[in-house]
Write a protein that binds this ligand. Sequence first.
Ligand SMILES: *Cc1c(COP(=O)(O)O)cnc(C)c1O
Length: 508
Amino acid sequence: MSCSKSSRISKFESLFVEDQEKSLLEPADWGSFREEAHRALDIALDFARDRAKAPVWAPLPEYARNIEEGLPRSGAPLTTVVDEIQQRVLPHTLGNTHPRFWGWVNGSGTPSGIVSQLLNGAINANVGGRDHSPIYIERQLIRWMCELFDYPLDAGGIVCTGTSTATLYGLAVARHRTLGDDVRQLGNQDTRLVAYCSAQAHVSVSKAIELMGLGSDALRAIPVQDDFAINAHALAEQIVADRAAGLQPFAVISSVGSVNTGAIDDLQAINAICAEHHCWHHVDGAFGALIALSDTMRPRLAGIEQADSIAFDFHKWMHVPYSSACLLVRDREEHLATFATAHAYLKGENRGVAGGAPWPNDFGIDLSRGFSALGPWMLLKEMGSQRLGAAIERNCRQAAWLGEQVDAHPALERLAPVSLNIVCFRFVTGSIGADQLNRLNRHLVVELQCRGIAVPSFTRLNGNTAIRVCIANHRTTRADLAALIEAVPLLGEELLRAGGEPAAFELQ
Ligand SMILES: *Cc1c(COP(=O)(O)O)cnc(C)c1O
């Protein structure tokens, strides 16, 4: 087969000549495209405004699961594609923008988040680096976050996809400080690094330790107290014992808002332990750290300003469109030393388009990265930190109120203190044993979800299955919570009557 230059050119020539002035991917008629785009915006706004009228969640119909249709080889008008989204996706969303969604920890979005996503699409910034305005929006956002947590204003920081990534990055910096620059070339070698967190820590902490090649055994789960916060004495003792056994303690990960119950570890005690034992203090503040937005709640974070790194999400309790999170590292130089590279083809002169060093890419691993700083930046500008803090305070007051309702109800039992925005409780009845009660409560949660009444999730606390209500939702009203308190005992009795044999409580 010949592949001469002339035959290659002749093969594509007609294509170039015919269309050389027009993009193949832009609308032929901007006027009608604009109309179609405005219609899509209206659909988005209607959906946001009316989401509460539909059930919070419903089991998916078959057509919404159908992924059989093959690769579209010729396209369809935008309107047709938007219609498909309207039919196939919008009626079958998770429900996290609905006032009765309290499962796991999810942000509920805001209408102006839709606008930020629109502008973001138009800008289409690659915020890995180079010298352009979006870089400075991200830097300003990071500075604001330093201000919020009383960090040095020139601390290191990066916007990431989630707290999972932010924690991985934070622990990588911790390891770099412990092992020095050699770690970049030689890896972990035969060091015996160990890290510590509470038994209530999020699974992302273990994943980070695994990914760093340390193995999950290198993460010690320290017992918690009755309030589900870490037992600081047990932590200190474990570190001393590990050191005596020849291991190398290098990091403690505290939970600020533990995922199960919202417990906040004693940051000052952990700071002191870390200082004594030369450990890095990384804060997993995925949702809880943002109580810093509330002046009345901020004192509960005392000591966070001394932590070495803080990971938290904008997409949870700040309701920024997914996904957007942040890592702050007190020692900017250490942060840079962990990730920065000096590839000749990327840099050389801090001037022109390739200027603006150091780049966000010098603080993490993504080179091409989206402009996820725009959402939180716009929301903070529009709402101000106080209003966002007030929404967080309201959720905590609602949780306290819900806890009181549980305590006042003879068929309900609270399973953990309400320390933040999470209420863990269960339906109780004297007529069945412990295992059956656990199955009944799991079944109850699934029924609440499937009937579209509300979406709590379940968890296990001290061996008991709990109905877990995490209120990180600015749309929730007290009436929504009252409806839950009414539904749970009724549903519990109904399932009990229908159940008969314990097997009936098995989850499908
Ligand atoms: C959600 C969560 C994480 C993980 O954050 P992502 O943004 O989902 O990656 C970590 N820790 C806690 C306490 C969380 O609630």
